[in-house]
Unconditional design. Structure first.
Length: 326
């Protein structure tokens, strides 16, 4: 079977906790922790309500892409537990092909505990579970060869070997790659990621992630906070590594992108009821990928579609609810 997209990464069963007890503290002296959500040490924190939902970068992206009537498969692991069954059922309900889902024996599915503040901003405590044991085998390589586009989300386990296998297919077959590196990949720095970045169509991340990637790289450790805090500098620096397009999301300040010729910027589309920012990065980045496909590479149109979808999602709880459908 030929796919429009195969998403690669993780799946989780999520529990979101909502509380008004935390405060946001600016911490600009720490370039990697410039804003923190804090609670009284030793206190018992009141939880207003909580919800069960679904997450994981590969699953979130697959649901989003499938909503645009793009034939999408999710290549990701689940555990051999009840949560794994629920994850697969949820993907099927969103018309995502689950034939590439890997069930890992004697392992629990990944889970996340998500703390959500009144502003909708959140902190995610992730337990990787089966995601740590994700691997690429011969049958999945065959599937990757038959897709037009590959969307890579956060990877766990032997992620470096996984990337080598994926990009070996890309170099052979020429698929477009949309990549949103996860925390573990960012810690590898430019030195480990640059062999793959140069074969990437769209490299996408938020501002904090872009800073993380750069400062973890020896050759850029001398860069000052004043340089790193300007997204345009990071766009152009990362573009020198070879991707066709670099996209950096800026939270409430919108998004910027650079294709080597033009600097793109669009503000966010405000939602009247901002409830939960969980999964916004996955929604934006996968919708941008869909937009480039649907709009023949038009970056402005792709950004606008992605911003509209994130505005729709943020008024709903969970990473996969409230999304635009075509």
């Amino acid at each position: 079977m030929t796919y429009d997209f195969i998403t690669v990464g993780g799946t989780t069963r999520d529990i979101s906790f909502f509380t008004d007890q935390g405060i946001i503290i600016n911490n600009r002296k720490d370039i990697l922790r410039q804003k923190v959500l804090a609670f009284e040490s030793g206190a018992k924190i009141k939880v207003d309500h909580f919800y069960y939902s679904y997450g994981g970068g590969a699953a979130n992206a697959a649901v989003c892409l499938s909503n645009f009537s793009l034939k999408t498969a999710c290549l990701a692991p689940i555990g051999d537990d009840e949560d794994g069954g629920h994850i697969v059922k949820n993907l099927r309900q969103h018309s995502v092909d689950v034939s590439l889902i890997q069930k890992i024996k004697n392992t629990e599915s990944g889970s996340s505990f998500i703390l959500v503040a009144p502003s909708g901003e959140r902190i995610i405590f992730a337990q990787r579970g089966a995601n740590i044991k994700f691997s690429i085998n011969a049958s999945t390589l065959t599937a990757l060869e038959k897709t037009n586009n590959i969307y890579i989300a956060s990877l766990s386990g032997d992620w470096l070997n996984t990337l080598r296998k994926i990009f070996a297919v890309v170099k052979k077959s020429g698929q477009k790659v949309f990549w949103n590196p996860g925390t573990t990949q960012l810690l590898g720095g430019v030195n480990k990621l640059s062999p793959f970045i140069k074969h990437t169509t769209v490299l996408a991340m938020n501002h904090d992630e872009a800073i993380e990637l750069v400062v973890r790289s020896g050759q850029y450790k001398h860069l000052k906070a004043s340089f790193l805090n300007k997204p345009e500098n990071l766009l152009k620096l990362l573009h020198t590594l070879g991707p066709k397009i670099v996209v950096i999301t800026l939270g409430q300040d919108g998004v910027v992108a650079w294709d080597g010729q033009k600097l793109y910027h669009q503000p966010i589309i405000k939602s009247k009821n901002r409830v939960d920012a969980t999964g916004l990065g996955d929604v934006f980045n996968s919708t941008f990928a869909a937009g480039l496909t649907l709009y023949a590479g038009n970056i402005d149109q792709a950004i606008n579609l992605a911003l509209r979808n994130t505005a729709a999602k943020v008024s709903h709880i969970g990473a996969q609810t409230g999304l635009i459908k075509f």
